[in-house]
Design a protein around this ligand. Structure first.
Ligand code: HEC
Ligand code: HEC
Length: 480
C-alpha cells in the first residue's frame, strides 16, 4: 500500500493538519493538482488553490461536502450553518469553504485538502447587524482546527457513517453524481476515509492531555514531534499558538520569526506551513506555493476606518510609540526580528518550551534531497519582536492569544481572567473583537487564562506611562 511508503518516507513531514485530517493515501495515488498555476486569479488561488496537501490529508470531496449535513448534530453550537459552525468561512453554498481545495484523485474520487487560507483568512463586522467582511491574510480567529479534527473522529466512530447514508446525502446536493463515482465511493472511498480518520485519531491522542486549543489557535510543533516519533507521553508542553497574519512578508525577510523566532528564512516558513497543512516534500506543489509566496510579500492589511481615529491623539501617540515600542517593533529598528528573552518578556513559557533543540535538529532534515531542504530552524530562549502591521485585526494578542484587546495589553488591570474568542464584531473602544457580554458569550468560545499555556502575564512595556499617554498610544496603534 502507498500508505506504507508515505509513512516511511514522509510521515515526519506531516503535521498539524495532517494529524487532524485523513490519510486517504491509497486513493490519492496519482493525485494531480489542478489547475495549473498561473491559470487562475491569485485571490481565487489563495482561497481555494491546490498546494499538494490532498495526498496526506484529503477527504473525498463529496464526503467532505455532506459530513456537516449528515452529522449536523455533532457540530458545536456556534453560529452559521454546516462547516461555519467550526469557524470555516463559507462564501457560497455550492462549494467547500475558503481554505479548502478540490483536486482530482484516482478512481475518479476528487479530494478536498487544506491550504493557507484555512488559517490565514478572517472576518470582521462593524456592528452585529453589519455584513461580514472577509479579510485575506488575517488570522482565522474563528477557525477551530482541533474542533474539526474531533468532529471527524466523532463521525467516523458513528454507526451512521455508512456508504448508503453518505451517498444518499451526496445525491441530494449533487444530482449529477455519476454511477461510476458512486461505485468508487460505495466500495472504496467511504471505508478508507473512515479507517484513515480513525488512524489519525490515534496520532492525536496527545490532544487529550492538553487544554482545548479553541478557535483561532493551533499547536504548531507538537504534531511534528508526534510524527517524528518522539515519545509524547514524556512531553507535557502545550504548544498552542495564536494564528498570525500573513501581510507584508517582504519586510519580514531575514527576520527571526514564528512566535519564538525559530526561523529567519521566509521561504522556509512558508514551506513548513504548507507541510504543516499536509503537503509532503514529494507532493508539495512548489510553483503553486511560489505564487502565494510572491503575492504575500506585498499583501496589505486593510486600514482602520480613518473616521474612527482621533488624529491629534494618534499623532501624540506616535511619539509615545517611538519612545517605548519602536526599538523592538518598527521595521528597520535594531531589535526587530530579534528574540527577547523569556525572563524579560514574561509571557507564557509553554509555546517556547514546546519547540525543543532536538526538534530544531529534526526540522532541519525536512526536504532532504530537494533544493529547498530546511536548514534555518534553531532553538531560542524567548519570543520574537515582530512587526505590528494590521495590528487592529490581529486580536486577541500575544503568542497565545491571551489578551483580548490592545487596551487590555496596555492597562494590565483590565486584562480579563476569562473572555470570549471568535466573535467577529469589532470593539472600537478597546481595539480588538468584542470579547464579553451576551452576544460574545452566545456566539464566541470561552477562553480561560488559568489553563496551562494560556497565561496572560508579561509584556509590560508602556505600563509605567501615565494613563493619558497610554490612551494616545492606543490611538496610534490603530494606524499601524
Ligand atoms: C493549520 C493552520 C495553518 C495553515 C493551514 C497555515 N498556517 Fe501559517 N501559521 C500557522 C500558525 C499557528 C503559525 C504560527 C506558528 C508559531 O510560531 O507557532 C503560522 C505562521 C506562519 C508564518 C510566520 C508568520 C510570522 O510572522 O511569524 C508564515 C509566513 C505562514 N504561517 C505562512 C503560511 C502559508 C504560506 C501557508 C500556506 C502554505 C500557511 N501559513 C498555512 C497556522 C497555519
Ligand atoms: C523589548 C522588546 C519589546 C518592546 C520594547 C515592546 N515589545 Fe511588544 N512584543 C515584544 C515581544 C517579544 C512580543 C511577543 C510576546 C509574546 O507573544 O509572548 C511582543 C508582542 C506585542 C504585541 C502582540 C502582537 C500580536 O500580534 O499579538 C503587541 C500588540 C505589542 N507587542 C505592542 C507593543 C507596544 C504597544 C509596545 C510599547 C509600549 C511594545 N510592544 C514594546 C517585544 C517588545
Amino acid at each position: 500500500m502507498m500508505r506504507h511508503t508515505l509513512v516511511r518516507r514522509a510521515a515526519p513531514q506531516m503535521l498539524l493538519a495532517a494529524a487532524m485530517f485523513v490519510g486517504m493515501l491509497s486513493l490519492a495515488a496519482g493525485c494531480r493538482t489542478t489547475p495549473t498555476p498561473g491559470e487562475e486569479d491569485i485571490v481565487e488561488h489563495f482561497k481555494y488553490g491546490v498546494l499538494g496537501t490532498e495526498e496526506t490529508v484529503g477527504v473525498p470531496y463529496w464526503i467532505f461536502r455532506v459530513l456537516p449535513i449528515v452529522f449536523a448534530d455533532k457540530l458545536p453550537n456556534r453560529p452559521g450553518t454546516g462547516w461555519e459552525k467550526l469557524g470555516f468561512i463559507q462564501e457560497s453554498p455550492d462549494r467547500g469553504p475558503i481554505g479548502t481545495t478540490r483536486a482530482s484523485g484516482s478512481f475518479g474520487v476528487e479530494l478536498a485538502g487544506l491550504n493557507c487560507a484555512t488559517c490565514h483568512v478572517g472576518t470582521v463586522r462593524e456592528t452585529p447587524s453589519s455584513p461580514r467582511q472577509i479579510v485575506l491574510g488575517m488570522p482565522a480567529h474563528g477557525m477551530d482546527l482541533q474542533g474539526y479534527s474531533r468532529f471527524l473522529t466523532a463521525v467516523a466512530q458513528d454507526p451512521r457513517f455508512t456508504a448508503s447514508n453518505l451517498i444518499d446525502a451526496i445525491e441530494k446536493i449533487n444530482p449529477d453524481f455519476g454511477f461510476l463515482q458512486s461505485l468508487s465511493y460505495r466500495f472504496v472511498a467511504v471505508r478508507r476515509t473512515r479507517s484513515g480518520i480513525l488512524d489519525q485519531a490515534q496520532r492525536t491522542a496527545w490532544f487529550d492531555a492538553r487544554p482545548p486549543q479553541g478557535p483561532g489557535r493551533v499547536d504548531t510543533f507538537n504534531p511534528y514531534k508526534a510524527l517524528f516519533g518522539f515519545d509524547m507521553s514524556k512531553d507535557d508542553t502545550v504548544g498552542t499558538a495564536d494564528l498570525p497574519s500573513l501581510w507584508n512578508q517582504r519586510p519580514r525577510r531575514n527576520l527571526w520569526l514564528h512566535w519564538d523566532g525559530n526561523n529567519d528564512l521566509v521561504e522556509e516558513r512558508n514551506k513548513s506551513a504548507a507541510i504543516g497543512a499536509g503537503a509532503t516534500p514529494e507532493s508539495l506543489d512548489v510553483a503553486a506555493l511560489g505564487r502565494i509566496e510572491e503575492w504575500i510579500l506585498d499583501l496589505k492589511p486593510p486600514a482602520y476606518p480613518p473616521a474612527r481615529i482621533d488624529q491629534a491623539r494618534a499623532a501624540r501617540g506616535g511619539a509615545v510609540y517611538a519612545g517605548a515600542c519602536a526599538s523592538c517593533h518598527a521595521i528597520g529598528a535594531p531589535q526587530i526580528g530579534q528574540v527577547t528573552p523569556l525572563e524579560q518578556i514574561g509571557t507564557d513559557p509553554e509555546r517556547l518550551r514546546s519547540f525543543s533543540a532536538e526538534l530544531a535538529t529534526r526540522m532541519n532534515t525536512l526536504g532532504e534531497g530537494y533544493p529547498w531542504k530546511f536548514s534555518h530552524f534553531r532553538k531560542t530562549e524567548g519570543y520574537a519582536n515582530m512587526p505590528l502591521d494590521g495590528l487592529w485585526l490581529r486580536a486577541p494578542y500575544l503568542h497565545n492569544g491571551s489578551v483580548p484587546t490592545l487596551r487590555a495589553l496596555l492597562f494590565p488591570e483590565t486584562r480579563p481572567a476569562e473572555f470570549y474568542r471568535a466573535y467577529d464584531v469589532y470593539d472600537w473602544a478597546d481595539v480588538g473583537f468584542v470579547s464579553s457580554g451576551a452576544d460574545a458569550q452566545r456566539e464566541g468560545v470561552r477562553f480561560d487564562t488559568r489553563e496551562k499555556g494560556n497565561a496572560n502575564t508579561g509584556h509590560t512595556y508602556g505600563q509605567e506611562l501615565p494613563a493619558d499617554q497610554r490612551e494616545d498610544l492606543l490611538e496610534y496603534l490603530k494606524t499601524l
